[in-house]
Ligand binder design. Sequence first.
Ligand code: HAM
Length: 414
Amino acid sequence: MKIETLRGMKDIVFSDIKKYEYIVKVAKEVFEKYGYERIITPIVEETELFKRSVGDETDVVSKEMYTFLDKGNRSITLRPEGTAGIVRSYLNNGLYKSNPNVKWYYYGSMYRYEAPQKGRYREFHQIGIESLGIRSAFLDAEIIKMGTEFLRRLGITDLTVEINSLGNTNSRKRYIEDLQKTLLENIENLSYDSKIRAEKNPLRVLDSKDEKDKEVIKKVSSLHEYFDEESKNYFNDLKTYLEKLNVKYVVNDKLVRGLDYYSDTVFEIKSNKLGAQSTVLAGGRYDKLTSILANVDSFGVGFAAGIERIMLLLDEDKLPLDDKKVYVVYQNETKDYFLKVINSLLENDIKLIYEYEVKSFSAQMKKANKIGASHVIILGIDEKNENLITLKDFVSGSQEKIDIDTVIERLKNV
Ligand code: HAM
């Protein structure tokens, strides 16, 4: 019986893997320019890490985690996101003492047991950055700029940058108390999910898409009205820096994000071409996370983008063409000569395509056409006897019989 991939999981092959590799390549170029270095953390972590950081009452932790007992009876979880593991690593390595500012980027698979739909999978891939150890509205603006630059370089347009501030813990606490009061007074008019959230995680009701909820939300005041001076100034600074860095944004005061660790800055970059799962890249500041995890006072800000969502937006025509394809034609009588020639070409890092079983000359030429070869190397009996190579350039239409060193020189400079 054929075995399928699990629901919500898929292989990334053919043109999709080309897109994936290209996305990673562009991300590296952009992130490294801003001083970020790669980090790889484990895919599986102690369950407690995500409960404490992402938050027990969030959908991610309460409904969507792939949690198992290992053979030692420990509860372990396939990471639903990357931030928690990275902050754990920052703390474990004592970097907050020796090297407080660390800038890391990462990419890899994440797991959430969600209902699959376009742009939403159970195994998906994120590419993201985390900057630890610095609290600065300039840094927040800079990473938002970096996120837009990354997507723009991939040729993705029609994006909206939504920003908001959740204020600091004090102002948010007062707001949540009042918000909860209003929500509980209107509980009958809330959707099923929001009734539960009103009790457990009232802020999340603010970004509900449900029409009934939206009516109730109209009655609640804005979180911004509860900001103390510090929260107000921080958000104003963020907006000023974004303007100075030429980043266009809209303020959405209902943007709260689905993970509990945020404070002050939050943001999402959205595309109107993705349907319901419109957020391509999202993140924010999480200054309390190090103290929640290890009683250490430090700071952090970052974002992650969904690689599959970027792949849906990436125009195949925008992928850089693999414009050098060299196909080698040979025959039974010249097999030894063929082996000698390909050996030296490969040793000189020339990428080649050839057959493992000799086919007729015309079948090989047909294949060269089919794969869109830019060059054909012909190794017939004449070539073997003269110790030369016929190089056909399909782009210029030229054909010449030359020695191997000249072939290497020509192909290296294409
Ligand atoms: P998040 O909003 O949960 O944030 O996920 C970030 C991005 O990952 C989303 O905007 C989306 O593009 C993609 N994504 C999330 N879930 C799925 C899914 N089931 N299928 C496909 N793509 C998905 C975080 O994960 C935070 N760790 C971001 C962050 C980093 N905040 C600070 N630093």
